[in-house]
Design a binder for this molecule. Structure first.
Ligand code: 5AD
Ligand code: SF4
Length: 442
């Protein structure tokens, strides 16, 4: 009898989070249950990210940590999925003799059979084939709403943009949009099961539907989600600025359930670097979109991703990024030092900027943004914000947590029955990662 407990570790973006939820469901169907301790598991899986070298090294580091467990118990099954698995394929089995199975980003549905094969026939296996459109359309994960008031709903997968630094199109495959009827049916079902907030996800949701015959635009899809009873809030991510239509900008002024937050990665503020990144917009065009968004919805807050030290970035290019941060005043940014990825166009560019210069630019940028972010949060103190309560917080008994429309965590005290409802909370203190507040009684 095999040990049917599994331990799963997830790295990377929301696409992996959704894939991992699917893995939990699929393994449940063949009698496996999830545990929190790798030492108790008969099956250990890593769902990996390949977007930067740091993420890759982290995944390999974790894999190495499990080797002693395998040495002690040879029946333990070790598997790797996600974006590293997709990029490296069979190579991983050669490199790591203690690894039993490798599954790619299009092969999650095959996991139960692969696990059974390894367990029963003591073979090692690998499946990293990309699937055709028709098969992929059948395989969009469908979510159930139990336990959570907020859920991710996948609306599209893959990416056709080929930003020159990015490995995603290589490991997630071509862009494909899920039929809108299916998405809406799923969200209606989630609403019936108690879900209050949905985040529509995909690598580039703004191009939703544009490549399918007679499909809704993303803005029209949002309209329909907005009309679903029981859903109080809508978010979406990730948005590519070049595909953000006027129709979508208007949604922020028009749809009462759409949160006042948009993650709109700019990557950098220099036109020369934006061109080399193959981003498809200029600094001026981006700033124009920001203006329109703020016109449509003055309360909107923006967040962004920034890459520092792209090959060829000069001090002047970097200064352009700094001035863009001052101009836009993002509530938050996620910043990264450029990491060359095998198979991408940028990996071929000669990079002469010393690592210490990149680090120094990165630190300067962080200091500037930290000050801007701090000012944004401080401005929240004293205001009353509507919080969607997600549950009891880790802060202690009687403490609840939820998020504001701007996606910031708010902690406050109140009865557990408030979970799942929108509650007005007066903000009393601002911290780096959360706000503290007091419930405003009706
Ligand atoms: N190096 C550094 N950052 C990267 N990102 C994507 N590829 C790379 C890379 N090669 C960042 C981008 C993207 C975010 C998810 O990760 O900023 O928006
Ligand atoms: Fe990568 Fe660009 Fe596609 Fe985003 S839009 S996943 S950065 S290639």
């Amino acid at each position: 009898m095999n040990n049917k407990a599994f331990y799963l570790e997830t790295f990377g973006c929301q696409m992996n989070v959704v894939d991992s939820e699917r893995i939990v469901d699929l393994l449940g169907n063949i009698g496996y249950r999830q545990v929190d301790e790798p030492g108790q598991a008969g099956l250990i899986l890593l769902n990996t990210c390949a977007v930067r070298d740091k993420a890759v090294r982290k995944a390999y580091g974790h894999l190495g940590r499990f080797k002693p467990l395998k040495d002690r118990d040879p029946t333990l099954i070790l598997g790797m999925g996600g974006c590293i698995a997709q990029q490296e394929g069979k190579q991983l089995l050669e490199e790591f003799p203690y690894l039993d199975l490798v599954f790619g980003t299009h092969n999650v549905h095959r996991l139960p059979e692969m696990v059974q094969q390894v367990a029963e026939q003591h073979v090692r296996c690998e499946e990293t084939e990309f699937l055709d459109r028709e098969t992929r359309l059948q395989l969009f994960p469908v979510r159930s709403g139990q336990e959570a008031f907020t859920r991710f709903v996948t609306v599209m997968q893959g990416c056709d943009n080929f930003c020159s630094y990015c490995v995603v199109p290589l490991v997630r495959g071509r862009e494909i949009s899920r039929p809108s009827g299916e998405i809406l049916a799923e969200i209606r079902d989630l609403a019936r099961q108690g879900v209050r907030e949905v985040t529509l996800i995909g690598q580039n949701v703004n191009s939703y539907g544009t490549k399918e015959a007679a499909e809704l635009s993303f803005a029209a899809l949002l309209d329909q989600v907005n009309a679903i009873d029981g859903i109080d809030r809508i978010r979406f991510t990730t948005s590519h600025p070049k595909d953000l239509s006027d129709e979508l900008v208007e949604c922020f002024g028009r749809l009462e359930k759409l949160c006042w937050h948009l993650h709109l990665p700019v990557q950098c503020g220099s036109n020369q670097i934006l061109r080399a990144m193959n981003r498809g917009y200029t600094r001026e065009r981006y700033l124009e979109i920001v203006r329109r968004l703020r016109n449509a919805c003055p309360e909107i807050r923006l967040t962004s991703d920034i890459i520092v030290g792209f090959p060829g970035e000069t001090e002047a290019d970097f200064a352009a990024t700094m001035s863009l941060l001052e101009e836009v005043r993002y509530a938050e940014i996620y910043s990264f030092i450029y990491s060359p990825r095998r198979g991408t166009a940028a990996a071929e560019i000669v990079d002469t900027t010393p690592a210490k210069d990149k680090q120094e630019r990165f630190d300067r940028m962080l200091a500037l943004q930290q000050e801007i972010s701090r000012q944004t949060w401080e401005a929240d103190v004293g205001t009353v914000q509507e919080v969607l309560v997600e549950g009891e917080s880790k802060l202690g008994e009687g403490q609840l947590f939820g998020r504001s429309t701007w996606n910031r965590i708010v902690n406050f005290s109140g009865p557990a029955e408030l979970a799942g409802s929108l509650v007005p909370v007066r903000i009393t203190r601002a911290y780096r990662n959360s706000l503290l507040g007091e419930r405003v009684l009706p």
